[in-house]
Ligand binder design. Structure first.
Ligand code: GLN
Length: 483
């Protein structure tokens, strides 16, 4: 079996026992990347020279034998909206095509301090807006299970790279499902942590009140190990939360007797494809046989989550993206005649169609005439949804649902119908509106052989419980591996 198929845990063991050196390992990964990336298009930047140097440094640390961090020498990769000092960070946009960040995101620094090796940066929907990773100046990401299909989005490159063994793990960002949905489409684990648990410093902003950096990994245990590294208070992020550290990898797989799992009827609506619904229901039955207690419930306002999400996220995007004016940094039109011409031409050329659509939608929702009926109303809906979740969690430990009503769709299939595309996010956006942790775990495949993921949503800071129940699902369903 190719070494690149191994999990972080298995690879760390091989490194520790000297079965392979960190530099040999990195070379294996680059061979794999060169072979497969032309078809998958997950990587947009490859850092081969830097990675080889980093691997040699990691090997020295391992040879010195003092205090070797667990992840030392593990090859990983980052979505291209996570700033990496002096390594291009493009957000898959012409606007930032040549952007070399002068600083690194906190999560990247933490991973470097742990001795991991950055292989490169990953394709995505421009500024993380989308659910298919087709809105990218680098072209679409292809699903490694079948390259005629999308990888999901916006962290499509992150999910596709891990699924096709082009990195041991990846980080992505989740604003409304951007980690969970591509993880589900590509058959890997995707965790969006509680809002504030992982620093957003150095994450290029799309919708600041909704998004979180999170993990895409081959299995649940890896996810817990990486959580141990990337969580923690960061004074550079004012929304970062101070709380005692936890060991997310400890006790995974322990008994789930009596764990109360609620199934909101609104997250099993008529849009849910039958095949997906059947696999989810079978998975839930298996959890029941392992001791979980299932109940139906209702979160009535969730039906409006998708509308509130698109209004709030687009409003925040219109404000966050106002900084790209062609002056301070980002794409600049060189033929402008005056300042307003410079703004207009630079933004017209720099942003893609979907990004422009969101900016327009958000500007409209925030305008003096419309903010009461749109933005403010959406905030009220958000509050009610948060309250409904809180009430549900007084009674239940976990809420389970599908990640997406469908499996991966064909490339181009929905590109000309943005509304249809937006509606596919129905099951994921509510967790972001309420700031809750949520994880996607592979649990089966459809007739076309495309992966299906189940979603577990928990109360704030219940990641350990989510991973533990996730582990039970994984033990039943097994890892989905591309042969
Ligand atoms: N699909 C959602 C959107 O288009 C969420 C994307 C994300 O989480 N980055 O906004």
């Amino acid at each position: 079996m190719s070494i690149c198929k191994k999990t972080v845990t298995e690879t760390a063991e091989l490194l520790r026992t000297r079965k392979i050196s960190a530099d040999e390992l990195v070379k294996e990964y680059f061979d794999e990347i060169k072979k497969k990336n032309p078809d998958i298009n997950a990587y947009v930047t490859i850092c081969e020279d830097e990675a080889i140097k980093a691997a040699e440094a990691a090997q020295k640390i391992m040879d010195s034998n003092n205090d070797v961090p667990y992840l030392c020498g593990i090859p990983m990769t980052l979505k291209d909206n996570i700033c990496t000092k002096n390594i291009k960070t493009t957000c898959a946009s012409k606007m930032l095509e040549d952007f070399l960040p002068p600083y690194s995101a906190t999560v990247y620094k933490k991973l470097l301090d742990s001795g991991t090796v950055l292989l490169g940066k990953l394709n995505m929907d421009e500024f993380a807006m989308g659910n298919s990773s087709e809105h990218s100046i680098f072209g679409a990401v292809h699903n490694p299970w079948n390259t005629a299909f999308v990888a999901g989005g916006s962290s499509g490159g992150s999910a596709a790279s891990v699924a096709s063994n082009l990195a041991a793990f990846a980080l992505g960002s989740d604003t409304g499902g951007g980690i969970r949905q591509p993880a589900s489409f590509c058959g890997v684990v995707g965790l969006k942590p509680t809002y504030g648990l992982v620093s957003r410093y150095g994450l290029i902003a799309f919708a600041s009140s909704l998004e979180q950096i999170g993990i895409i990994s081959k299995d649940i245990t890896d996810c817990g190990i990486i959580m141990n590294v990337i969580t923690g208070h960061d004074p550079m992020d004012s929304t970062s939360i101070k709380r005692p550290a936890e060991d997310y990898s400890e006790g995974l797989g322990k008994n789930i007797d009596g764990i109360k799992i609620a199934l909101p009827k609104e997250l099993f609506g008529s849009e849910l494809e039958k095949e997906v619904g059947n696999v989810i229901n079978d998975t839930l039955k298996r959890l029941e046989s392992r001791g979980a207690v299932l109940s139906d419930c209702s979160l009535p306002t969730i039906e409006n989550a998708i509308h509130a999400y698109y209004i709030i996220s687009s409003s925040e995007a219109s404000s966050n993206l106002a900084r790209y004016d062609g002056i301070r940094y980002g794409h600049r039109n060189e033929r402008a005649e005056n300042i307003s011409d410079l703004y207009r031409k630079s933004r017209t050329e720099g942003f893609g169609q979907e990004t422009k659509r969101r900016i327009l939608l958000g500007t409209y929702a925030l305008s003096a005439e419309h903010q009461d009926e749109l933005y403010k109303k959406a905030l009220k809906v958000r509050n009610i949804i948060t309250r409904e979740f809180r009430n549900a969690f007084d009674e239940y430990d976990i809420i389970a649902a599908p990640v997406s009503p469908v499996t991966a769709f064909k490339l181009q299939e929905n590109l000309n119908n943005p509304l249809k595309m937006y509606l596919k996010d129905v099951y994921t956006v509510a967790a972001n509106l309420a700031g809750l942790p949520a994880v996607s775990i592979p649990c089966g495949k459809d007739k076309k052989g495309l992966p299906i993921g189940i979603q577990l949503i928990g109360k704030p800071f219940s990641e350990k419980l989510l991973l533990n129940v996730g582990k039970q699902i994984e033990m039943e369903a097994g890892r989905l591996e591309i042969i």
